[in-house]
Design a protein around this ligand. Structure first.
Ligand SMILES: [Ca+2]
Ligand SMILES: [Ca+2]
Length: 108
């Protein structure tokens, strides 16, 4: 596949620059064909461009809020419920999600 609109090449220097921001979650690798001509002859090569992932997606909880009911008198350690958030970044540390409690009301 080629995406010439994502990249531009300087016809005199051969410098290649991006024409629009790249998104790893959209396309991870580009394969471009480049030709060099001297007016009479032509050579051709290919360029592979690997896009490196960045942490550009925040985790999103699967529900806007959660509610659990629990009978009084239960032993410590009993499961209350679980929350889950997804991250649209690719697999790896950019998509890894950790959970912790945070205060809702200011302490007084
Ligand atoms: Ca992320
Ligand atoms: Ca990303």
């Amino acid at each position: 596949m080629t995406f010439p609109f994502r990249f531009e090449i300087d016809s005199e220097t051969g410098e290649i620059r991006i024409a629009a921001p790249l998104d790893y979650e959209e396309v991870k690798e580009y394969l471009l064909g480049v030709a060099a001509t001297d007016g009479s002859y032509r050579a051709q090569t290919t360029i592979t461009i690997d896009v490196t992932d960045t942490n550009d997606n925040a985790p999103v909880f699967e529900q806007p809020s959660y509610k659990f009911a629990l009978m009084q008198g239960q032993d410590a350690g009993i499961l209350v419920g679980s929350v889950s958030a997804r991250d649209l970044d690719a697999e790896g540390p950019n998509a890894q999600v950790f959970y912790r409690f945070v205060p809702i009301y200011p302490s007084f």
